[in-house]
Design a protein around this ligand. Structure first.
Ligand SMILES: CC(C)(COP(=O)(O)OP(=O)(O)OC[C@H]1O[C@@H](n2cnc3c(N)ncnc32)[C@H](O)[C@@H]1OP(=O)(O)O)[C@@H](O)C(=O)NCCC(=O)NCCS
Length: 167
């Protein structure tokens, strides 16, 4: 059974171990870390920046044998009605088995029922088909907005996706 809990600094070691190559790293981080590879301390240092913020929440999905996935949630607006998911990742040994979708459904439940937001957004690179499909499967849809990122010597198209509170 997959469950969701707040992130703990001991999760970082596992998360960095799930990123196996540089291309996956850029797809996951979209340049929010400026170099590859990163270590556990980099993740904790990044999240520590928000230690006194009430707009950023890191979460970990876990089951009996430990952490299985991770994501962050941050408010985009002063009213705290729009939440953005990021750094979404599943243990690389567990991908393609429904973990990502399940984790997102738990995260959406938290967003809509506990944080009481109206809308959840995220961005996904067009070249990240597993992630794109996973987000669609969890109920997100494309807004039509796109943003371009310079990754190495390539331009990557990032698709904006969102899901609104089920009325
Ligand atoms: C993106 C990610 C979280 C998806 O998690 P996952 O556990 O592998 O996905 P799931 O098994 O829950 O699959 C959900 C849906 O996506 C589809 N999907 C998953 N992997 C796929 C693949 N490699 N190719 C095609 N479709 C795929 C599944 O078929 C499923 O669709 P369905 O519900 O219609 O049957 C995972 O691949 C990952 O950690 N990727 C590396 C980090 C990353 O790139 N994160 C994205 C940042 S934007």
């Amino acid at each position: 059974m997959l469950r969701l809990r707040p992130y703990k600094s001991c999760d970082a070691e596992k998360i960095v171990g799930w990123i196996r190559d540089e291309t996956s790293f850029w797809k996951w981080s979209a340049g929010r870390y400026d170099r590859y590879p990163i270590c556990a301390e980099d993740i904790n240092a990044e999240y520590d920046k928000y230690a006194f913020s009430d707009c950023f929440f890191a979460m970990t999905a876990f089951e009996d044998d430990g952490a299985a996935g991770h994501l962050i949630m941050r408010f985009l607006d002063e009213d705290k009605k729009i939440l953005r998911f990021g750094f979404i990742i599943v243990d690389d040994a567990k991908r393609g088995r429904g973990y990502g979708k399940n984790m997102l459904l738990l995260a959406l439940k938290y967003a809509f029922e506990i944080l009481m937001v109206e809308k959840v957004t995220l961005g996904v690179f067009e070249n990240n088909e597993p992630a794109h499909r996973c987000y669609r499967s969890a109920g997100f849809h494309e807004t039509g907005a796109v943003e371009w990122y310079r990754i190495g010597d390539e331009d990557w198209k990032c698709l904006e996706m969102e899901i609104r509170h089920p009325q």
